[in-house]
Ligand binder design. Structure first.
Ligand SMILES: *[C@@H]1O[C@H](CO)[C@@H](O)[C@H](O)[C@H]1NC(C)=O
Length: 190
C-alpha cells in the first residue's frame, strides 16, 4: 500500500515536472481588461491548503495591498490564493516581494491563475506605480485572429504593432492599442 502511494506520488511529480503548465501567451492588455481585480501588493505570508504541498495543495497568501487599479478591494490586508503551484497553473509568489496581481474574486479572495497573470515576476521597482488604468485602454481589443474582411471596429491588428522610440514611456517600448477620437477607432499608439 505504502509503495503504491509512493510510486503514485513520484508519477505525479514527474507528470507535473515534465509538462508543467502550458498556456498560450495572452496579451497583457487583454489579461488586464478581462480581470475584475488588479492590484499591487506585497506578500506577507504563505500557507498550504489540503493536498501535497508544492504539487496539488492550494496556496494561500496574505498580502498587503498598496495600490488598487481596479476591483472591489481596499488597500491593506487581503487574501489571494491559487488552486496549486505554478506547475499546475497556479501562482508561486515569494514572501516579502511585491507583485502586480490580477484576476477575479472567488469567495472574497483573489484567485490567481498563471495563464491569466499580466506579470509573473515580482516588480523590480515596487514603489513605482505605473498608470496601467490609463495605459491599457479597455475599450480596445487585440484579437489574434478574426474572420472576414478588414479589422473589426475598436480593435488593432496584432501584426501591425510597432516599436516606440526609447523613452516614450511605453512598456517594453511597444505601441499600445488605444482609442483615438480623431479616427473614432482604436489604433496602435506610443
Ligand atoms: C473574470 O470574469 C469575467 C466574467 O465576469 C470573465 O469574462 C473573465 O474571463 C474572468 N477573468 C479571469 C482572469 O478569470
Amino acid at each position: 500500500m505504502k509503495s503504491w502511494f509512493l510510486s503514485l506520488t513520484v508519477t505525479l511529480v514527474c507528470i507535473y515536472g515534465t509538462f508543467g503548465c502550458s498556456c498560450f501567451p495572452g496579451d497583457p492588455q487583454d489579461l488586464y481588461c478581462k480581470s475584475t481585480v488588479a492590484i499591487i501588493a506585497k506578500v506577507t505570508n504563505m500557507a498550504y491548503g489540503e493536498g501535497i504541498p508544492g504539487i496539488t495543495a492550494e496556496q494561500f497568501y496574505d498580502v498587503e495591498v498598496s495600490h488598487v487599479y481596479k476591483g472591489d478591494v481596499a488597500e491593506g490586508t487581503f487574501r489571494v490564493y491559487s488552486e496549486g503551484p505554478e506547475s499546475a497553473c497556479g501562482a508561486d509568489l515569494d514572501v516579502n516581494k511585491v507583485y502586480l496581481l490580477n484576476g477575479n474574486l472567488s469567495g472574497g479572495a483573489l484567485l490567481l491563475r498563471y495563464c491569466d497573470l499580466v506579470s509573473k515576476l515580482p516588480l523590480n521597482f515596487p514603489d513605482w506605480v505605473f498608470p496601467l488604468e490609463t495605459y491599457y485602454d479597455c475599450r480596445c481589443k487585440v484579437p489574434r485572429y478574426y474572420s472576414g474582411e478588414g479589422k473589426p471596429k475598436n480593435s488593432c491588428v496584432y501584426s501591425e504593432r510597432f516599436r516606440c522610440l526609447p523613452g516614450s514611456g511605453a512598456l517594453g517600448d511597444l505601441a499600445e492599442c488605444r482609442y483615438s477620437d480623431q479616427v473614432d477607432d482604436c489604433e496602435w499608439q506610443c
